[in-house]
Design a protein around this ligand. Structure first.
Ligand code: PFF
Length: 474
């Protein structure tokens, strides 16, 4: 079905935007550490298999649903099969929840970038005289109004771009994504000069990480960890790629784009590891994952580098901000586009600016409990809310809970249901028709067909059940 919906100005900007959505915090703090503690190279191979057997397939499925219907997730999925419409709602809810913690992390990064900029450019003390990364981070996370302020700033920044539609998304990604790769490569090259950096490569690529975590290689554990990570990292299972695909013109190749985006995302994840770990080990720091690594540890790393650390630190947090915002704008776009499409369907004006402002405001409200939870640092299970402690062992915080809910449950379920929708309900010819639009060729057609019907749903079901069990400690 054709419609006169706005379109990306070229395939390149679509690829940049989709890569921008994919590369984010997941690549920076999640992948390298998970690779290290799950077996190094064997984990990488399992991850690559997951990307090929599920990531590429789901990417193709989502882009096809989006482009064929020309709509955002709720209406798009509803158009393919009414009974599956709830999958679109589910995805939109996931976008809300992910943005709830994502925005807070970008807000933290803004504070760190400002701190390092103040030290570098104005010779000021950018971190209130804190003696260590941990001291500053704990104090900063406890300053809830400041955290709320930086989170608000993040939403304002994202809204400026999303309010302009594809034009705004293009503008950000055209600068942000090449900039991100440039800074990554710069830091990787700098790392080569650090004495003791070799341990970082060893941690990531050999079984040393497993030994440090006191664990033995566990194939099933590696598969479920790789599965959840792959979905989060590629922004799959919740409709982001349906939304971006809906702006894609029929002249462009879904078959090719479904490979290009995962390839760059995986490259960025590996680059992130070799940009972060050598410096962490060279300065005698702990590689543990999560906000702790991104803020406390990396802060110590830059401080211990001396004067040049201010420059590398500033570049690093600008990198995190680029990666974060290009992902966050896709989350905001999923929800905004759904509302806009709903308005258009009712014959109303789009009012994109107002819609985006209201969406940003609603998402901001969801993020406030995360700001107030202070990452659970001062007390067991979260300073204020501790919701997670009712569900697990009490050592986690609200951010972990939001993350578990999305990466561990909503995304694998969404991916599974979308495969069933296209592989079984609508049927493979439905997808084939879209991929072959405009006289395209599809070399891997048979492979896609087998995966979308059998391999991907089975693997997604495994990831869904086993990740859920792992959260219950099983
Ligand atoms: N892919 C992002 C990351 O790896 O950090 C997270 C994400 C962004 C997930 C956008 C979903 C999404 F729609």
């Amino acid at each position: 079905m054709e419609n006169n919906r706005e379109k990306w100005s070229s395939n390149l900007v679509f690829i940049l935007a989709a890569i921008g959505s994919a590369i984010g915090m997941g690549n920076l703090w999640g992948f390298p550490y998970k690779m290290g503690v799950n077996g190094g190279l064997p984990f990488l191979l399992i991850y690559l298999a997951m990307v090929v057997l599920c990531g590429v397939i789901c990417m193709g499925v989502e882009m096809a649903i989006g482009r064929k219907t020309g709509k955002s997730p709720i209406l798009a999925i509803g158009e393919v099969a009414k009974k599956f419409k709830f999958v679109g709602w589910f995805g939109t809810l996931s976008a809300f929840i992910i943005m709830g913690f994502y925005s807070v992390l970008i807000g933290y990064s803004l504070r760190y970038a400002i701190g390092f900029a103040a030290q570098l450019l104005l010779n000021l003390d950018g971190f209130n005289g804190a003696a260590s990364g941990a001291e500053f981070f704990v104090a900063f996370t406890q300053e809830v109004p400041a955290v709320i302020f930086y989170t608000f700033l993040t939403f304002a920044l994202c809204a400026v771009f999303v309010a302009k539609g594809t034009e705004g998304l293009e503008k950000f990604n055209k600068v942000g994504i090449p900039g991100l790769f440039l800074i990554l490569v710069g830091i990787i090259v700098y790392n080569l000069t650090l004495p003791g950096a070799g341990q970082g490569y060893t941690f990531m690529f050999t079984t040393k990480g497993l030994e440090m975590a006191g664990a033995k290689f566990n194939f099933f554990n590696a598969v479920r960890t790789a599965g959840g990570q792959m979905l989060f990292s590629l922004s799959l299972g919740m409709g982001a790629m349906i939304t971006y695909g809906s702006y894609l013109s029929k002249e462009e190749s879904i078959a090719k784009n479904a490979w290009i985006i995962p390839a760059f995302d995986t490259l960025a994840a590996i680059f992130a590891g070799i940009a972060i770990f050598p410096a962490v080990f060279a300065t005698g720091n702990d590689p543990a994952a999560g906000p702790g690594l991104l803020y406390m540890t990396m802060h110590d790393v830059f401080t211990s580098m001396g004067a040049v650390g201010n420059l590398i630190g500033l570049l690093f947090y600008v990198l995190v901000i680029f990666a974060g915002i290009s992902s966050a704008i896709s989350l905001m776009e999923v929800v905004s586009a759904s509302i806009i499409d709903g308005r258009v369907a009712k014959g109303k004006k789009t009012e994109r600016k107002t819609v985006v402002m209201l969406v940003a405001l609603a998402m901001f409200i969801i993020s406030v409990p995360i700001c107030a939870d202070q990452l659970g640092i001062p007390g067991e299970g979260g300073a204020f809310w501790g919701i997670y402690s009712y569900l697990a062992d009490g050592s986690k915080d609200l951010l972990d809970f939001y993350d578990m809910l999305t990466e561990g449950f909503m995304m694998p379920l969404g991916a599974l249901l979308m495969c069933v929708l296209v592989g079984w309900k609508a049927g493979f010819p439905w997808m084939k028709d879209e991929v072959l639009a405009d006289g395209k060729k599809w070399k891997m057609e048979k492979f896609f067909q087998i995966c979308v019907k059998f391999v991907t749903p089975v693997l997604m079901a495994f990831v869904l059940v086993s990740l859920f069990l792992s959260y219950l400690g099983i």
